[in-house]
Write a protein that binds this ligand. Structure first.
Ligand code: GLC
Length: 539
């Protein structure tokens, strides 16, 4: 795919998320690192991904495993050095793979020098870089809560005020309303853009700006209730209109460089879903380049549900906007575990992959998704995620979806010479890269074939999307670009199905789970076996 008409890498490419602690450990300390990622770049190039998004690698005391940054310009020693990072960027670029860094700018670590200064006295010049407030008769100023539990306000005895944190108390929120603070944050981003980073995944975008009148949230049930946090409607501590101003300014920073991208974590399941997520694209050219709509990820399994999610997401797009698609990330149980635990799990995984990689939008993969990794089992003693530590057993945390990449059937799944920081999932003997690499019938081969097909067929990478058929078990759609037309038919059910195709067109198989490429299909009816996925091109 070339980048003609500005149809650039983040639109036609596939982005692969790496959770660096768990990808590959090159120095044998049980934790994944940057040299480890460099060693595996050939694998990623072989798979055919266009970009890698790295969960945070900056200096951090690791209260939230890097989502609490204490130095934006440093690399945490557990991952390597700045020189390793430069080498990673260079080696990736040499293979035509872009590097997207996670930027956590809603909050810093409480150990960041900015916060250390801010909390040192009420008249420190950086006091207003964070959100400080007097109490009300000894109580917090309002009812805002932390997404990770408890009050969002933490009392600071030394200066006699509360500070605000959307997540852990070790993650104080920056005050992005403060001009100097905002400019300082932009400078940290420029530091990485200057070093050649191709873009950012912006953490917790919807939390960026809080109500300036500090009004309490009203009560209302969210989707995950009874998590106490979801008993409130987050209208005053999230999705404030001024967030768009911050994004517009950030966009200008990125537009000062060539071909950079920012994708926002727009976690708005209980706050308007696709519509709210899409609103953060602005006109499509002046705020985020891409936003995440998590509706698909949270959807029930089934063609009808998935079709609805896709349509709502596409309908919400601004005219110049471009969608992204995601089924997995480091915060949610893996799709194999959510949807594919039965005996037909392997077949379901293929149909899901086909949807993700043939529907309209930039697909995001999460490491291990391509081999069908499932959540690992984590015992009480093994929990590392602060959310799991706090809420066990009600919420066992996010470690199960963060277990080490399964490279081989060898010791520690080939991830590390030492005992890994999280236990390897029990499935590794059967589910691993080595076992699947040379097997043309493997899930890994299927992903690789789909990635290759996207590169060949412009209609898949950039074409329009038109639902073709409404049947509870089958998702079928046309993708069209110029004269090229592709017909995708996905049977999400374990039953035989038969569907009609448009007009009298004759098709041939481009890629299928059950049919070989080149197989001709006459227009009219197409009979599908259970869990058949097939991508058809016109003869
Ligand atoms: C985002 C991240 C999550 C992190 C949180 C706080 O939701 O994806 O992993 O814990 O923000 O930074």
């Amino acid at each position: 795919m070339n980048d003609k008409d500005g149809f650039t890498w983040w639109k036609h490419g596939v982005i692969y998320q790496i959770y660096p602690r768990s990808f590959y450990d090159a120095n044998g300390d049980g934790v994944g690192d940057l040299p480890g990622i460099i060693e595996k770049l050939d694998y990623l190039a072989w798979l055919g991904v266009d970009a890698v998004w790295l969960s945070p690698i900056n200096t951090s005391p690791m209260y939230d495993f890097g989502y609490d940054i204490s130095d934006y310009r440093g690399i945490d020693p557990v991952f390597g050095t700045l020189a390793d990072c430069d080498r990673l960027i260079g080696e990736a670029h040499r293979r035509n793979i872009r590097i997207v860094m996670d930027m956590v700018i809603n909050h810093t670590s409480h150990l960041h020098p900015w916060f250390v200064e801010s909390r040192s006295s009420r008249d420190n010049p950086k006091r207003d870089w964070y959100i400080w407030h007097d109490g009300k008769n000894g109580h917090p100023p309002n009812n805002w809560m932390a997404a990770f539990g408890g009050r969002a306000w933490e009392w600071d005895g030394a200066t006699g005020q509360f500070y605000f944190h959307s997540f852990l108390k070790e993650q104080p929120d920056l005050n992005l309303r403060n001009r100097a603070c905002r400019e300082a944050v932009f400078d940290e981003l420029r530091f990485w853009l200057d070093r050649g980073v191709d873009g950012f995944r912006l953490d917790a975008v919807t939390w960026y700006v809080k109500d300036d009148l500090f009004r309490s949230n009203p009560f209302g049930w969210g989707p995950n209730a009874p998590r106490p946090y979801d008993l409130q409607k987050h209208i005053y501590d999230q999705n404030r209109p001024e967030t768009h101003d911050v994004l517009r300014e950030l966009r200008k920073v990125l537009d000062g460089y060539e071909d950079r991208m920012m994708v926002g974590e727009t976690y708005v399941v209980s706050q308007g879903g696709a519509k709210t997520a899409a609103s953060y694209l602005g006109s499509g050219t002046d705020e985020l380049h891409l936003a995440f709509d998590f509706s698909l990820l949270f959807s029930k399994y089934g063609a009808r549900h998935f079709a609805g999610c896709l349509s709502r997401w596409y309908d919400a797009m601004p005219a110049a906007g471009w969608p992204s698609l995601v089924l997995n990330n480091h915060d949610q149980p893996r799709s194999m575990t959510r949807w594919c635990m039965g005996k037909d799990g392997g077949q379901r995984a293929r149909v899901l992959a086909a949807m993700l990689l043939t529907a309209r939008g930039t697909p995001f993969l999460y490491y291990g998704e391509e081999i069908g990794m499932k959540n690992g089992a984590i015992t009480r003693k093994q929990v590392r995620d602060p959310v799991g530590i706090k809420y066990w057993p009600l919420n066992k945390g996010r470690d199960p979806e963060r277990t080490p990449m399964q490279w081989s059937a060898g010791a520690n799944a080939g991830f590390s010479a030492a005992e890994p920081w999280l236990p390897v999932a029990g499935t590794f003997r059967d589910v691993n890269v080595a076992a699947q690499t040379d097997d043309p019938g493997s899930l890994l081969a299927w992903y690789r074939d789909l990635l290759a097909l996207r590169k060949k067929q412009a209609a898949l990478a950039r074409g329009s999307y038109r639902p073709a058929y409404s049947e509870p078990d089958v998702l079928a759609f046309y993708r069209e670009d110029g004269g090229e037309k592709v017909f995708v038919v996905l049977n999400f059910s374990g039953k035989q199905r038969s569907i009609g195709s448009e007009g009298t067109s004759r098709w041939q198989v481009l890629l299928g789970t059950h049919r070989a490429a080149g197989w001709p299909i006459d227009g009219g009816r197409i009979d599908l076996v259970p869990y058949e996925a097939v991508v058809l091109g016109r003869i």
